[in-house]
Design a protein. Structure first.
Lengths: 379, 306
């Protein structure tokens, strides 16, 4: 046993530490590239790598691994990247439960974590960390915006539904935080549920004047198709996750006219966004999604910090990240005190352009919106 | 809850049950006749849905899409039987689980390789879309009524096949004594390939029919597979009649549980607690049903007595 550990220690010591150039940054990207949620991870990766490619900066090295949407695998990958790959920055995680498994450990070991998607409330409030930055949103934000939109649209009696898991409960809480009307019904569905006939029958019988739902990925596709076929024609509101570029084609005409809330859309009018949309299409042959825009912004944030400070000088690099001095595709971009974005959240409507279904911004739901957890964050 | 809503929910339960039946009929046949645990049955469901989506996108015809789903799933089933499954009959169940689990991974990544990671579009044809008004003023989607009818027709067809045809006699004989019918000169290998392809085709049909109202994506088969196993355990392994009764029981229990339990708890609890209590119990309900059935009848409702 002693001999074995001695040998192990000797071999570790003998391993050459990858020598990188001065100011170089090694990035570990852990994201979902296989299984049902792969579309999101692929978009984040493609957006991120597009920005790296466009920068022409060869001091950045990216290691990409697939977490298979499994927390245990994500943790293993993070350990491997930190201990043997010696990365400086981690990024890429899509799902909140995986982020909760990886982020606290990584930041405690002095690594930076830039979240391109997941923004669980625990990491925005008491569990915030000076090396953790969220470039997308805090989980509640888009739902709060949906609630604000429901007020301005004059809805008085919403039927709300979400899956029975932490992000689903946060979603309904977020909606109710802003929404001022009454509730015709509140339903928690099963995670991964594919048949919504029962819930749609309840909506029909409830006397609601509007429906709010948070059903990410395939759940939202199923719900929208079945809702459109049911003959119930109440207005529907939701966060952008069910109306994303990646899945709108699978929903088809059933989604037309639906209002959804997002911090980004391809028609936000600024030069960075126009260039991003055009170059993403040229590079990958499809329209970018919300997730691709978040991956793109994450990479540009990192590149902007690299231009100002050396990643080995942790305090200077953190200050450079906090400055967020980059051209975001969202337009103005700033971090709040808990390193989560303070940003506008827009209302979009699903439209058809030729034979492609996509979104168009029709208004702003919340301006310069920060999350409610920032007050609990003591860095 | 009004009687109209209750009837609507019962119809929803029946429709869900019929889809589960299509899925579990093949599973129970394969398990009963061939003694094989096939975890890859969910992948055949997925293949049916993807074949239908691809053909519907190319031709625009929903009927052709259904035919394609049957053909693709049956072909995939026959191929898998000949290449992989045939080597597993003599092995124990753990080897079968391992091999068919590997098949799930191969099919999932293979499908992603061909069709990409984004969900495909498959929609209800115009002549079946929209609601119809049933007697009593119930508005109900026509497509879901069609699903109930298709499930019923398949059940009837399987019943006739198994009780009235020579193939059915052989299937039943294979179920009770494999060596004996091989000794009587029946080509047992061909029979097995045929049964496996039949089960696969039914799963593929279910995938295509369900794909039109759900999301056609990689991994769509696995959640249904778990329910299908619950159904065949409740119904009794190897019994198609058991699969029908079990599927309808599971479908109606699950749907009514989701619809009624939160309201029931709301009678004596505060609303948000009742809501989460009700939803949690509703998602357990079919497993409770399975446990109760197994306590009362350990080999399932229509299972052969051990």
């Amino acid at each position: 046993m002693t001999l074995k550990s001695l040998l192990l220690a000797a071999s570790v010591a003998a391993m050459p530490v990858a020598a990188l150039a001065e100011g170089a940054v090694k990035v570990g990207m852990i994201t979902t590239l296989s299984g049902g949620g792969a579309g999101l991870g692929i978009d984040v990766r493609d957006g991120f790598m597009l920005a790296v490619k466009q920068s022409g900066n060869d001091a950045i090295e990216v290691v990409i691994e697939d977490d298979q949407r499994k927390p245990d695998i994500a943790v293993q990958l993070a350990d491997k990247m930190i201990q043997s790959e010696k990365v400086d920055v981690l990024t890429g995680i899509i799902w909140s439960n995986l982020a909760m498994a990886v982020v606290p450990g990584a930041t405690a070991q002095g690594k930076f974590y830039l979240s391109p998607n997941a923004g669980p409330s625990a990491l925005a409030g008491k569990g915030c960390h000076k090396n953790y930055f969220n470039v997308a949103w805090q989980n509640d934000n888009l739902h709060e915006a949906a609630g604000a939109y429901a007020n301005s649209a004059g809805y008085k009696n919403s039927f709300i539904l979400a899956p029975n898991y932490p992000a689903g409960k946060d979603a309904l809480t977020g909606y109710k935080r802003q929404y001022g009307g009454g509730l015709a019904g509140e339903v928690f569905t099963q995670l991964g549920q594919t048949d919504y006939a029962s819930e749609i029958a309840q909506i029909r019988a409830s006397g609601a004047d509007s429906v709010f739902f948070f059903l990410p990925g395939g759940m939202g596709i199923s719900f929208l198709k079945q809702y459109a076929d049911s003959g119930v024609d109440l207005p529907v509101v939701g966060p952008a996750f069910s109306f994303d570029q990646g899945i709108l084609q699978a929903v088809g005409a059933a989604a037309l006219g639906v209002k959804n809330t997002s911090q980004w859309n391809k028609d936000i009018d600024n030069p960075a966004n126009a260039a991003f949309v055009a170059s993403f299409q040229a590079e990958y042959g499809r329209l970018p999604s919300l997730y691709a825009s978040q991956g793109f912004d994450t990479a540009n944030l990192l590149l902007s910090a690299m231009a100002k400070a050396d990643v080995k000088d942790t305090d200077a690099f953190r200050a450079a990240l906090e400055a967020a001095d980059f051209a975001s595709v969202r337009g103005n971009f700033a971090f709040g005190s808990n390193h989560h974005p303070v940003q506008n959240i827009y209302v979009r409507e699903v439209i058809q352009e030729g034979d492609v279904f996509t979104n168009k911004i029709i208004g702003t739901a919340l301006e310069n919106h920060a999350d409610v957890y920032a007050a609990d964050c003591k860095m | 809850m009004s009687p109209i809503l209750l009837i609507e929910q019962v119809l929803n339960g029946l429709q869900f049950g019929m889809m589960l039946f299509l899925m579990s009929a093949g599973l129970t046949l394969v398990f009963g006749v061939m003694g094989l645990i096939n975890l890859a049955h969910g992948s055949l469901f997925m293949i049916g849905a993807f074949a239908a989506a691809a053909v519907a996108a190319a031709t625009g015809s929903f009927l052709l899409a259904l035919v394609a789903s049957l053909a693709a799933a049956a072909a995939a089933g026959a191929l898998v039987e000949v290449l992989v499954i045939r080597r597993l009959y003599a092995r124990d169940h753990l080897d079968q689980v391992l091999a068919t689990f590997a098949l799930i991974l191969i099919f999932s990544e293979g499908t992603r390789w061909v069709f990409g990671s984004f969900p495909l579009f498959l929609n209800i044809p115009p002549y079946l879309s929209g609601p119809v008004t049933l007697p009593g003023g119930i508005e109900y989607p026509l497509y879901r009524l069609t699903l109930i009818a298709v499930g019923g027709l398949v059940a009837l067809g399987l019943y006739l096949l198994i009780t009235r045809t020579r193939l059915g006699i052989r299937i039943r004989a294979g179920e009770s004594d494999r060596e004996m019918i091989a000794a009587l000169g029946v080509d047992i290998q061909r029979l097995y390939t045929l049964v496996f392809a039949l089960g696969a085709a039914l799963a593929g049909l279910a995938g295509a029919l369900v794909g039109a109202i759900q999301s056609v994506q990689v991994g769509m088969g696995e959640p249904v597979l778990i329910l299908a196993f619950v159904v065949i355990v409740i119904g009794g392994i190897g019994s198609v009649k058991g699969a029908l009764v079990g599927a309808l029981l599971v479908g109606v229990t699950d749907t009514l549980g989701r619809a009624l339990l939160p309201g029931f708890f709301g009678l004596f609890m505060e609303p948000s607690a009742a809501m989460s209590m009700g939803s949690s119990l509703a998602s357990m309900l079919i497993y409770i049903l399975m446990a109760v059935v197994l306590i009362a009848k350990p080999s399932g409702l229509y299972g052969a007595t051990v």
